[in-house]
Design a protein around this ligand. Structure first.
Ligand code: NI
Length: 169
């Protein structure tokens, strides 16, 4: 297994919409394994392929972030079919957005349709934390980051802080 380099803001690669997976082949399986490994190594609860340098519609997640059990889920070509209610995510963060966290307004419940890693159709009803993870990761596949959901002023402040940090190495 290979640890992948996580693409970070403001890399424009993160802004591009991903392509649907048409063939779940060995290359895709390898990407999935490497993504999971990378997610656990970074103590994340979710990772989208675009964050690992692949413009493919794949996400892995594990709300427990338990690197011993590695009981992660894979969604290929996920789509939100239905969403309702509203909630504030608690201190949301992203492996591609270093040193920043924010509460974000999210739907409380979603129903997601996707394929599993064997190509079988899945339908997942999620609420609470799992619902936030789904919305956050599916956003990534559309080129959207969680900081796109916060105020322009807060985003601008983070952008400046990030540019400063990048400059000073
Ligand atoms: Ni993220």
């Amino acid at each position: 297994m290979t640890l992948l380099k996580i693409v970070t803001y403001p890399d424009p690669f993160l802004k591009q919409p991903t392509k649907p997976v048409t063939d779940i082949d060995d290359q895709v399986q390898k990407i999935i394994e490497d993504m999971a490994e990378t997610m656990y190594a970074a103590s994340g609860v979710g990772l989208a392929a675009i964050q690992a340098g692949f413009d493919k519609s794949i996400i892995v997640y594990d709300p427990t972030a338990d690197a011993e059990k590695k009981d992660f889920q894979v969604l290929i070509n996920p789509k939100i079919l239905f969403s309702e209610g509203s909630m504030i995510s608690d201190n949301e963060g992203c492996l591609s957005v270093p040193d920043f966290r924010s509460d974000v307004k999210r739907s409380e419940r979603v129903i997601v349709e996707a394929l599993d890693r064997n190509g079988n159709p899945l339908k997942i009803e999620a609420e609470g934390l799992l619902s936030v993870i789904m919305q956050h990761e599916i956003d990534h596949l559309k080129g959207v980051l969680f900081i796109d959901h916060i105020s322009a002023l807060k985003r601008q402040l983070y952008k400046k802080k990030r540019q400063k940090a990048l400059k000073s190495g």
